[in-house]
Every structure is written in structure tokens, then in C-alpha cells.
Design a binder for this molecule. Structure first.
Ligand code: ATP
Ligand code: FE
Length: 365
């Protein structure tokens, strides 16, 4: 069987075709990351216009590579939630058009569930497993019990980790450095941090243990924004210049993020052990979402996993950020299970805000 996936929830126009074994037989992506970096964020109307410019060709390209016509597909999977309304609309409208002309079934997809299950395309991971999603809009810790059944253990109270990375990179003006050309804010910070000292500019403890299951990055973010401001004044920085100790700033910020993630992850492991939510001898943590591209964070979280006898699985970086492949694969998993089809695809709607799983965050705290 073959499923087409379409993704337009934020600033990437993605389409891909996967087969039942998880082979990617066609894949196309138009990314607006450099535009978003230049503008300092995603502007929904602007992003929508760029999606509209590219959606047709991106889909055509994926189908061409897969050497398949729309009518021969087994399903068309499309992101319908959560995301930016004007952007979701472009993908869904295009999917409807394809469904209308072909009568192929439509499978609506939850973007975060797709991030969470991408790893199953690459490795055999049996349910249940623990998932940490760290991305541009979310930070979610959950137990994946089935393709459409998640327990939400912890979520973000304020800024997402991706937003913190992007704001710090922007405040540091890293896009003016030649080596940062074409990278996302997070990618820039990871690159500079390699030459920095993680303990040079430590974050004071910004969060207490109240709300222990939830994430908060606003404190870390504003701390480092303040440090950068102070350094700029101290160093007499003007205009587009970058402070001399930007690498230390990046390394220390990244380390502060890691420490926060690690603490919450430890707590989740303890909770899962106590309530036997994960198989004792085959524990798995999956990390995904754009921020999971970060190798430093991966290495740090690997140590937490080692301590709790869990293996750690991260999809390769190009599958952690937004793409059509994860949508196609999520559609394929639903097709195989025989559920999740849109009953009336032509009246299907998108939902910009959408909960993730069964919320038990209050119990974990
Ligand atoms: P969501 O999935 O929550 O709707 P999104 O789809 O916009 O958000 P993703 O594409 O999953 O987000 O991730 C984009 C984010 O990942 C950006 O904030 C970017 O800075 C961050 N990111 C990318 N590479 C890295 C990296 N190496 N280190 C840290 N952050 C990174
Ligand atoms: Fe995403």
C-alpha cells in the first residue's frame, strides 16, 4: 500500500509517499526557515502565501518520484491540527481537491502525534513507550500506548524550547555570522555552542519543583536575553555586531535547557516505573520535534536513559523537523489499523488548537 502525506501546519510545505514497510518512495519539501529567521518568526499570512505558491509542485514532485498517480494511492493523509490556521488551510484544501478528483480516502493527521510516531518508521518500537516532543511550538512528555492513544504526563506552561532557542539566537544576532547562513535559530546555537564553555554563564535556578511534570522555558529564555543585553553594554556592542563570548552564551544556555529537560524526564521515568506504565525490560524513550535535532541535548538525555535502563531513539534530524514523510507514515499506520479515516472528507475542517492525548499532568505533579 502507498499513502501520500501533506504537511503545511507551520512554515514547511511538505509532501511524501511511503509504503507499508516505511520506505520513503517520494519526498519533497519547501522550507521557509530562512524567511522565518529573517522576519524573526513565522507570519501566518505570509507563510500561507508561500505555501500556496509551492503546494502544487511539492505534491507533484513527491508523486512523480514515487511514480504513482493520485488515483492509485491507498490514502491521502493531511495535517489538520494543531497549527497556524491560514497554513493548515492550504494543505487541507489541496488534499480535498485530490480526494475529490480521485475518491481516495482521506486520513486527517494530528501534527504532534505524527512527530511522536515517526521513529516507528525507522525502528521497531512496540507500544507503550515514552515520548519527549521538543519543537517550535510544544514541549510534551507522554506515553504512547497506541497509534491513537497517548497519556500526557507533562506539557509546556509558557515558551516552547524551540521559541527559546530562536529568540536567544535572534537576540545574539547570530544570523549575521557567515557560518550560520541557512540554519534555524536552534541550529545556530548548537553550532556556536560547540566552542563554548557550558559553565561559563550559568543560569540561576529558574524553576522550583512545583508543577514538577510541566516544562517552563520562559525563565531560562529571559535570563539569557538579559545576560546578552548586559554583555552588549559591557562590550560596547553596536548595530549588527555579535558579543565576543557568544559561544559561551550559547553553550551555557543549551546546558540550562538540557538540565531542565533532564529533570523532567527523570521524574517521568520514576512515575512510569511506579505505575508500571512502561515494559520493565524493554523501556524506550523517543525524542522528536525540531529541537531534537540537537546532538548535545541527545547526548545529555542519553545519560538519563542509561540511568533508568531505557534505550533512546531519535529519528535522524531531517525527520525531526517538519516534513511530509511523518504525515504519510502516520497515515500508513492508521490505514494498517483500519481506523482514522475522514467520514466526509470534503467537509473536513482544520483545528488550530488541539489537545494531545489524555491529560494526566495533574496526577504526575
Ligand atoms: P510544532 O511541531 O510544535 O508545531 P514546528 O513544527 O514549528 O512546531 P519543528 O519544525 O518541529 O517546529 O521545529 C522547529 C524548531 O526546532 C525551531 O524552533 C528550531 O530553532 C528548532 N531547531 C532546529 N534545529 C535545532 C537544533 N539543532 N537545536 C535546537 N533547536 C533546533
Ligand atoms: Fe512540527
Amino acid at each position: 500500500a502507498r499513502v501520500l502525506g501533506i504537511e503545511t501546519s507551520c512554515d514547511d510545505t511538505g509532501a511524501a509517499v511511503v509504503d507499508s514497510d516505511g520506505n520513503i518512495v517520494g519526498n519533497a519539501l519547501h522550507s521557509q526557515t530562512s524567511v522565518s529567521v529573517a522576519l524573526g518568526g513565522v507570519l501566518p499570512r505570509y507563510a500561507r502565501a508561500i505555501h500556496q505558491q509551492h503546494i502544487k509542485n511539492v505534491v507533484k514532485d513527491a508523486l512523480c518520484q514515487a511514480n504513482i498517480q493520485v488515483k492509485d494511492l491507498d490514502a491521502i493523509a493531511v495535517t489538520v491540527k494543531p497549527g497556524l490556521a491560514p497554513c493548515l488551510e492550504v494543505g487541507l484544501t489541496h488534499a480535498k481537491r485530490l480526494v475529490e478528483e480521485s475518491r481516495v480516502p482521506m486520513i486527517p493527521i494530528h501534527h504532534m502525534e505524527a512527530h511522536a510516531l515517526t521513529a516507528r518508521m525507522i525502528e521497531q518500537i512496540a507500544f507503550p513507550f515514552l515520548v519527549l516532543l521538543v519543537s517550535g511550538g510544544h514541549c510534551l512528555l507522554s506515553v504512547a500506548k497506541d497509534i491513537d492513544d497517548f497519556l500526557l504526563l507533562g506539557t509546556c506552561l509558557d515558551s516552547s524550547p524551540g521559541e527559546a532557542f530562536d529568540k536567544v539566537a535572534r537576540r545574539l544576532k547570530l544570523k549575521n555570522l557567515p557560518q550560520c547562513n541557512g540554519l534555524s535559530g536552534g541550529g545556530m546555537i548548537e553550532l556556536l555552542a560547540r566552542d563554548g564553555d557550558i559553565e561559563a554563564i550559568p543560569a540561576p535556578n529558574v524553576h522550583s519543583d512545583q508543577n514538577a511534570s510541566s516544562f517552563s522555558f520562559a525563565g531560562i529564555k529571559s535570563q539569557y536575553l538579559r545576560y546578552i543585553e548586559e554583555e552588549e553594554i559591557k562590550q560596547g556592542i553596536v548595530a549588527s555586531h555579535v558579543i565576543s563570548n557568544a559561544s559561551d552564551m550559547c553553550a551555557s544556555f543549551q546546558y540550562a535547557v538540557l538540565k531542565h529537560l533532564a529533570k523532567r524526564l527523570q521524574r517521568a521515568f520514576i512515575y512510569c516505573d511506579t505505575f508500571e506504565l512502561l515494559p520493565e525490560h524493554n523501556k524506550t524513550l523517543v525524542i522528536s520535534g525540531g529541537v531534537a535535532c540537537n546532538q548535545f541535548l541527545r547526548q545529555g538525555l542519553q545519560k538519563v536513559c542509561d540511568h533508568y535502563n531505557s534505550r533512546l531513539i531519535c529519528p535522524p534530524p531531517h525527520l525531526c523537523t517538519d516534513n511530509g514523510i511523518m504525515i504519510a507514515w502516520n497515515g500508513m499506520e492508521k490505514l494498517k489499523a483500519g481506523r482514522g479515516f475522514a467520514e466526509d472528507p470534503l467537509t473536513m475542517r482544520y483545528t488550530p488548537k488541539s489537545p494531545f492525548g489524555t491529560d494526566i499532568t495533574a496526577e504526575v505533579a
